[in-house]
Write a protein of this length. Structure first.
Length: 79
């Protein structure tokens, strides 16, 4: 997956526990745990909104795009 969520890094940087985020956002602990530790295929806009509001960040701070090997190969083919 090329787009990755940076929740784990943000929690580590702020010395926040997953439990604190779950309690502060109203999201369940399993939701926070899964977002922070597992690759995800989808995320609800309401979940993004709650995380951004709690962490006081922009959505772009929560995600990062990481080039995959096939993306690099495809770009080279276009050159």
């Amino acid at each position: 997956m090329a787009i990755q969520i940076r929740l784990r890094q943000l929690l580590n940087d702020r010395d926040l526990s997953m439990y604190a985020v779950a309690k502060g956002t109203g999201l369940t602990y399993p939701t926070i745990y899964n977002l922070a530790t597992k690759p995800i295929a989808r995320i609800d806009i309401e979940t993004i909104d709650k995380l951004c509001a709690f962490l006081q960040i922009q959505p772009g701070d929560l995600f990062v795009w990481v080039a995959q090997e096939h993306d690099v190969q495809q770009n080279r083919a276009l050159e």
